[in-house]
Write a protein that binds this ligand. Structure first.
Ligand SMILES: Nc1ncnc2c1ncn2[C@@H]1O[C@H](COP(=O)(O)OP(=O)(O)OP(=O)(O)O)[C@@H](O)[C@H]1O
Ligand SMILES: [Mg+2]
Length: 279
């Protein structure tokens, strides 16, 4: 895009969409990814990845799916918004997701059809079925109970459904009062915010991905430090500040992001937030 050419880039460096190609493997993200891959390959069943708002859960889930693209033994299904209001709604959505043709006339019938589907895929077609649920904090207790039942479907060696739930931390206290569910979690992992060095590497990485050969020529070191301080190390906040900084630099015909420009942006954002509160 020519808009970014003026800034020495081929494309937008700090889009806030969950694009795996802009995903920088920090220690916490790399560990989560590796452990999830191992758990899926060993068909261990239930995995839950927690993380505060904007820590990279959705991007991580897409990166995981991308890493398995060439592996025909795996079949991925994804639910982006699991806020189902009833057991029936959830089972109906799952049947659709799995392309189950059989019409079920009761929730028991639906569960049976899904069990059949999982047996068939695993035992006759040699497929590992993976269900990824994003925004896991929206799962109702009824939906969690259904998932728990599915996790009981297993052969002597492994589970028939591989389930990964990505969730904000608010799900945790709800799971703590469901010992039946909690006990079945094979992998629990919490995504941590980035440290200062990782934040710096992430910013440089994204600039390079967008076509810059030497990111130090585009952003001042002290600007990165200020971004880190204000973001608390949360990737979305880092991305958001950087995106605004690039836009501002382009608008002002500048070819370099300074500490001063970050300082101004942060103050403007604070002012805007204050106005919203007092409106
Ligand atoms: N490791 C990373 N490297 C580069 N960018 C990242 C990384 N982690 C997150 N981001 C960026 O931060 C933003 C937020 O990420 P994402 O949407 O995956 O967070 P989330 O945890 O799913 O947030 P929410 O809790 O709101 O659903 C995205 O723009 C994403 O590209
Ligand atoms: Mg998300």
């Amino acid at each position: 895009m020519s808009y970014f050419k003026n800034f020495g880039l081929d494309r937008e460096p700090f889009s806030t969409s969950p694009d795996p190609s802009f995903f920088f493997l920090t220690k916490t993200h790399k560990t989560a990814l590796t452990r999830l891959e191992i758990s899926l390959r060993l068909k261990r069943g239930l995995n839950v990845v927690f993380g505060d708002v904007g820590t990279g859960k959705t991007t991580l889930s897409r990166t995981l799916i991308r890493n398995f693209t060439d592996d025909d033994d795996f079949e991925f299904h994804m639910i982006f918004d699991p806020g189902y209001k009833s057991e029936y709604q959830f089972l109906y959505a799952l049947s659709k997701l799995f392309h189950i043709q059989e019409k079920a006339h009761s929730t028991t019938g639906s569960k049976y059809a899904i069990e059949n589907f999982l047996f068939n895929k695993n035992l006759h077609r040699n497929k590992t079925v993976v269900l990824i649920i994003d925004e896991g904090q929206k799962l109702s207790s009824e939906s969690l109970e259904i998932l728990r039942v599915f996790l009981n479907y297993e052969t002597n060696e492994h589970k028939l459904l591989q389930l990964i739930i990505f969730s904000q931390l608010e799900l945790l206290p709800r799971l703590k009062v469901m010992p039946n569910f909690l006990d079945r979690i094979s992998l629990k992992y919490v995504l941590e915010p980035l440290n200062a060095e990782e934040a710096r590497s992430m910013i440089h990485f994204r600039l390079c991905k967008a076509g810059c050969s030497n990111p130090e020529t585009l952003i001042e070191e002290s600007a990165i430090e200020l971004i880190y301080e204000n973001s608390g190390g949360f990737p979305r906040k880092i991305t958001y500040i950087c995106r605004n900084a690039v836009e501002r630099a382009i608008m002002n015909d500048q070819t370099f992001i300074t500490c001063e420009s970050i300082h101004n942006l942060i103050n403007e954002d604070l002012l805007l937030n204050e106005r919203r509160i007092f409106a």
